[in-house]
Design a protein around this ligand. Structure first.
Ligand code: FAD
Length: 839
């Protein structure tokens, strides 16, 4: 009968022990565990501290007694293996309670001692109130410190998985938390732009973030408070500090036994997990493994690999020759309401190893948007340029992240290419997915790139574009543009692009962007098929803006006491101090499932019918809403009382301000034609437009601008003069008295909005008809509808009296709701405006 001794009784060790028993009922299996517990859930420790996992016992997956009863395994806790005599095939054990030592022989030895938290050697790290988290006793100590009620503030050193899990759970306990991270980003497996999405979420959750800053020293004042000094010289005062800056393999035992050790201190093993002594196996966090993508050595401390390796070492001891296939680093972590996941290699690692790669970022709903509760996930896909083999992926989102990363991890494991992703058949029903799954879409875009249908520009290439050679084209709506855009970009909404191609130089390459990439791709394809050079900013504005923006909030952060304490999960009873005289419940608006600018437009619409002082509680699932609603409130003068995220749902509380000029919803938006001249006025946000042209495209542009400005809460006055009067004519003949010349003008000029022609490419009516058909297909309102919307949106339409007189147009011939006025009426309006457009 063989005797197998295992050092370490948690993830790897416990897996190996139980598998051994299942394969060999007669073997003697002894597990030595230094700590008081075996087989506990290390991964659940932060959640018990946070009170999410309520019962401590639930973390104890097995006990020495249960392992004895169910598996007949001899588990010896509180006993540390302190030496290995390979020659005699025996170990020396110290009983920690008594200090007594004894020997135990083995036929096979499995080492699964794991990795210990690294503690940087800086002054003060041994002070009371400073913790690391690895074991149940560590957890108990942290929890007791918080339960004592003394700890209200914490510093977490390290923005990796455990650091961020601790941050979330400490905040769950009502604490203010500062995260200090030496790198310029959290979660090292992510590339920077994906981490920036996490930074934004951390800021939204009121975490104080100090990136690119390290721990220099800690000291303690007389009141017991810790003063944490950072490398930058900044000081943070806190009641406790959690240090979580990575782990180091516990390989001292193996090293003293003369086993081969790798350059970073890990035990070296072969494919069967045997060390340089074939009777000794090593598994888990302590070993160096191969990365199956590169074939290069790596070390990835994760529970999944440790458990699989335990099973596999047991298999080999039991005579089954199953080889370990390497660790590709598939991981996922909960960061408040986001799931953040990665697999394979990131761009930083690929660059470091000199491996050629390409990458794209797509954003897709976790399930189809018409079914309630959809939210977007961002997927970065990295792949080989020659054959499209998938090299890595990173995903950030609120829902559907785990299943998506698992598909991509499987795809990497099986050597799939981006072309294979196009063909994957993935389960779909509206509550669960989309007919074009997020994985398919990631595959389509990457395959499009490799086939040359799209050219990709990364977010960090924008700053170094040469304006002589490259232009930037924003293909989003005016509303989206007004809430933020890339400096120097030209704005043409994708729906206008075909008509406005002439405005773009063919001598440049146009880097197109939209919110997430889809509309930019359509624009890119339009441009390319019209002979332009074009490329797509991958991931769009939703990736670019968080990546180029501010990351840390250390200096401007204010503690929890400064954030509004409104429970947004409940109907919001607006307190008198917030609502002024209008105390009562907030008006609720559910904008979940709407993509940008849908939620913002829904907000406009609702605010329109609200009284000053009333509060709107709006829920949305578009991640961009977190960025857009503060910008919108700022630009419309309304007050954002609160913005929170729970799960995939963002909730904003907005109080309508008395002075707000917000009046109406938006219908559609485009930018002015190049002929539009803009002059800046005073501090007001009102707009005036002089419509001189009676051509369809120019009239369309003016009404779309007017509607867009009105939707932003701005007063708009449109002054129609000369040929522009035709836009306002009624379509039917109106019996009025005219002299001959006036009659001739009336016959020659188009009668109303439906009769206008294009300024270019009218081509005996064919071009104009084509334009109307395209607008219909693209869901752009026809001109008469845009005019109606403008009137509903309180846009003032003034017909120029002098031009009417010259052209013989009578007031009765104009559509309802048009004022007839002179230049003075118009000039009075311009006095109140900050911009005048001449179309
Ligand atoms: P461990 O599970 O650490 O077990 C090693 C054991 O060996 C220890 O209990 C130690 O006391 C004992 N030991 C060491 N030396 C001796 C000796 N000489 N004699 C006797 N006993 C000894 N991974 C994930 O994949 N997902 C997660 O969500 C996740 N969350 C985590 C959260 C926390 C707080 C922590 C600490 C880790 C987390 N991990 C997670 C990592 C995961 O727990 C480890 O990768 C995994 O436990 C490694 O297994 P192991 O067997 O190598 O080491």
């Amino acid at each position: 009968m063989s005797k197998i001794v295992i050092v370490g009784g948690v993830a790897g060790g416990a897996s190996a022990a139980t598998r051994l028993r299942r394969l060999n009922e007669r073997a003697e299996v002894i597990v030595f565990e230094r700590g008081p517990y075996v087989s506990f859930a290390n991964c659940g420790l932060p959640y018990h501290i946070g009170g999410v996992i309520k019962e401590r016992e639930n973390l104890l997956l097995a006990t020495p007694e249960s392992l004895r009863a169910e598996y007949d395994i001899d588990v010896r806790t509180g006993q540390e293996v302190i030496a290995i005599d390979r020659h005699k095939k025996e170990i020396t054990v110290r009983v920690l309670d008594t200090g007594e030592t004894y020997h135990e022989s083995y036929d096979k030895l499995i080492l699964s001692p794991g990795a210990r938290p690294f503690v940087p050697p800086v002054p003060g790290v041994d002070l009371p109130g400073i913790f690391q988290l690895r074991t149940i006793p560590d957890m108990d100590a942290i929890k007791a410190h918080i339960d004592s009620g003394k700890a209200r503030t914490a510093v977490v050193v390290g923005g990796g998985f455990i650091g961020l899990e601790m941050t979330e759970n400490l905040m769950h306990r009502g604490m203010d938390v500062t995260v200090v991270e030496m790198l310029d980003q959290v979660i090292p497996p992510l590339d920077f732009e994906m981490a920036a999405l996490v930074h934004r979420h951390l800021r939204l959750k009121n975490v104080r973030l100090a990136l690119s800053d390290g721990l220099k020293s800690i000291s303690q004042g007389e009141d017991g408070q810790l003063a944490v000094t950072l490398a930058s010289g900044k000081v943070v005062y806190a009641d406790m500090v959690v240090i979580s800056v990575g782990v180091r393999p516990e390989s001292d035992l193996a090293k003293s036994a003369g086993l081969e050790i790798g350059p970073r201190g890990h035990i070296l093993v072969n494919e069967f997990l045997q060390t340089s002594d074939t009777d000794i196996y090593a598994i888990g966090d302590v070993i160096q493994v191969n990365n199956p993508i590169t074939g290069q050595p790596t070390a990835i401390p994760l529970a999944g690999p440790a458990n699989r390796q335990g099973r596999l070492a047991a298999d080999h001891i039991a005579g089954r020759n199953v080889a370990y296939q390497g660790t590709q680093g598939t991981c996922i972590v909960k960061v408040f309401d986001l799931a953040v996941a990665a697999t394979g290699l990131n761009a930083k690692q690929l660059r470091k190893q000199g491996i050629a790669f390409r990458s794209t970022i797509t954003q897709s709903p976790d399930h189809t948007t018409y079914y309630p509760g959809a939210s977007h996930i961002a997927i970065k896909l990295l792949y080989a340029p020659n054959d499209g083999r998938i090299l890595g992926s990173q995903i950030v989102g609120a829902k559907g992240v785990a299943r998506t990363i698992n598909v991509l991890s499987t795809a990497i494991k099986t050597g799939m290419t981006v072309f294979d992703l196009e063909h994957l058949e993935l389960a779909y029903a509206p509550p669960y997915g989309s007919a074009r799954d997020a994985v398919n879409i990631a595959g389509f875009v990457a395959a499009n790139e490799l086939r040359g249908d799209t050219d990709i520009v990364q977010w960090d290439e924008i700053a170094s574009l040469d304006p002589e050679k490259d232009g930037i084209l924003d293909a989003r709506t005016s509303l989206e543009w007004s809430l933020g855009h890339i400096d120097g970009a030209v704005h043409i909404h994708v729906e206008e692009l075909r008509q406005r191609l002439g405005e773009l130089s063919k001598d440049k390459r146009w880097v197109v962007y939209c919110k997430e990439g889809r509309r930019a791709y359509i624009a890119e394809r339009i441009l390319k098929q019209h002979g332009y050079q074009a490329a797509n900013l991958t991931g769009g504005w939703d990736i670019y803006e968080p990546a180029v923006g501010q990351q840390s909030n250390f200096d401007e952060w204010q503690g929890a006491a400064h954030s509004a304490a409104v429970d947004l999960s409940q109907p919001v009873l607006v307190p008198a101090e917030i609502a002024g005289s209008d105390q009562g419940t907030a008006i609720e608006l559910d904008a979940c499932g709407l993509a940008c600018p849908g939620p913002i437009m829904a907000v406009y619409k609702n605010m329109q019918s609200m009284q000053a002082g009333q509060v709107l509680k709006v829920t949305a699932t578009d991640p961009g809403f977190a960025r857009d609603i503060p910008a919108w409130c700022e630009s419309t003068g309304n007050q954002l009382l609160e913005l929170k995220q729970e799960g995939a749902t963002l909730t904003a509380l907005i109080r309508k301000q008395g002075g707000s000029t917000l009046t109406a919803p938006v219908r559609a938006q485009v930018q002015p034609t190049p002929e539009a001249a803009v002059s800046s006025g005073n501090g007001s946000k009102a707009k005036t437009l002089i419509v001189f042209s009676g051509e369809l495209d120019r009239a369309l542009a003016s009404f779309i601008i007017a509607n867009g400005a009105a939707a932003m809460g701005q007063q708009v006055t449109m002054f129609f003069t000369f040929w522009g009067l035709n836009v306002l004519r009624r379509p039917e003949a109106v019996p009025v008295k005219k002299n001959l010349i006036e009659k001739m003008f009336g016959w020659m000029l188009p009668r109303g909005a439906d009769k206008l022609k294009l300024s270019k490419m009218h081509i005996a009516g064919a071009g104009t008809a084509m334009m109307k058909a395209i607008m219909k297909a693209q869901n752009v309102d026809p001109l008469p509808q845009l005019i109606k919307s403008a009137q509903e949106n309180s846009v003032r339409l003034i017909a120029c009296q002098m031009s009417m007189d010259i052209m013989g147009i009578k007031a009765e011939e104009l559509i309802d709701g048009v004022e007839v006025g002179g230049v003075a009426t118009y000039i009075t309006a311009t006095d109140k405006a900050n911009a005048t457009l001449f179309v």
